[in-house]
Design a protein around this ligand. Structure first.
Ligand code: NAD
Length: 318
């Protein structure tokens, strides 16, 4: 049994990763500040579920607080780090940019420093497909240039990858960054399209369709992402970056049509221009993750949306 530090354990992906590790019989130290970026009840309910299992401990602390981070390493011998805490979301980085600097830069820095003082077997952190920004050509490959981010969120994610490189180079910390592509599924994030659309359609409100629907996304189902993260946690590399996406790009209007089908309702659509910071298309080339991690996404968008809608109906009793 190993001890994993999972930051962002109250968040969408951190919760699922912590749950999968606990199911496997590992020890998990969860860490999350429980901020109110979105509905706190969802975060509390996720943590409550983790507490129903053995070998789970939880710190409600801020990663940007160096003493709090150090305290975890003083209390536990951490074998492996999964850093899934962050200020996420492209659009909110126009509203509260400092939240991104605090969590994604200062918070990540504190974890790197802790790993420098307390050697770990592996350190995996979430990056994002958003780093591909303006210069990259779809499908995105890890070897492409990523020096023209179009949002501060993306800039902090790319900065994290570069900070990780320097800590790998100087202190020989094994560091793997995972560029995740639009993750969705049960217990998902209320600020993301699938959640927003489902809620609006069920309430009979119009949905906002940006760039007049001319967007394409590589949607990745949560179970596939968890499998990729677990594979990465089990395979320490000196320094690597992997795309974790589905590798099928779905037009936004098809995505909405599938959702309408499962909800049995036609959505009222408000067509709007592209939002600042948004990218028109994301598509992952996952050849590297397939070869080096055995990553093999299995759930297509129809099955994934179906499972999300089932969870949503049950959780909200609608
Ligand atoms: N969901 C996606 O589609 C997606 C896509 C690309 C990358 N990512 C990345 O994956 C990771 C997990 O994302 P998610 O979708 O689970 O987001 P989430 O917002 O659901 O979870 C992040 C959690 O981190 C916590 N947190 C934020 N700042 C903190 C701090 N300073 N100290 C302690 N806890 C803090 C939040 O309270 C939250 O519970 C993030 O790094 C995100 O940028 C997600």
């Amino acid at each position: 049994m190993k001890t994993y530090l999972v930051t962002g354990a109250a968040g969408f992906i951190g919760f699922h990763v912590a749950q999968a590790l606990l199911e496997r019989g590992e020890r998990v130290v969860g860490f999350d500040e429980m901020n109110e970026y979105y509905d706190l009840k969802l975060k509390k309910d996720r943590v409550a579920r983790l507490f129903t299992r053995d070998n789970f401990t939880f710190y409600e602390e801020d990663l940007a607080d160096a003493e709090a981070v150090e305290g975890v390493f003083a209390d536990h011998k951490i074998d492996i780090i999964a850093n899934l805490a962050a200020q996420a979301g492209v659009r909110y980085s126009l509203i509260d940019p400092h939240a991104y600097v605090r969590s994604n830069l200062k918070g990540f820095m504190n974890l790197l420093e802790a790993a420098r003082r307390h050697p770990v077997e592996n350190f995996v952190y979430a990056s994002s497909s958003s780093v591909y920004g303006k210069t990259s050509r779809s499908p995105f490959k890890e070897s492409q240039r990523v020096d023209a981010p179009v949002s501060l969120y993306a800039a902090t994610k790319r900065a994290g990858e570069l900070m990780a490189h320097s800590y790998h180079h100087i202190f020989k910390i094994p560091l793997t960054g995972l560029r995740l592509f639009t993750v969705y599924g049960p217990w998902g994030r209320p600020d993301m399209a699938l959640f927003i659309f489902t809620k609006a359609i069920m309430e009979g409100s119009p949905i906002k369709v940006f760039n007049h629907g001319k967007m394409r996304r590589d949607f990745t189902y949560i179970d596939d992402i968890v499998a990729g993260i677990l594979a990465s946690l089990a395979n320490p590399f000196e320094y690597e970056i992997f795309n974790l996406g589905n590798s099928t790009t779905v037009p936004l209007m098809d995505f909405i049509a599938t959702l309408e089908e499962y909800l049995g309702v036609d959505a009222e659509k408000e067509f709007l221009p592209l939002q600042p910071g948004d990218v028109v298309e994301t598509a992952a080339d996952i050849t590297k993750a397939r070869e080096m991690l055995g990553f093999d996404p299995k759930i297509d968008i129809k099955e994934g949306i179906k499972r999300f809608v089932e969870w949503y109906r049950e959780y909200y009793g609608v």
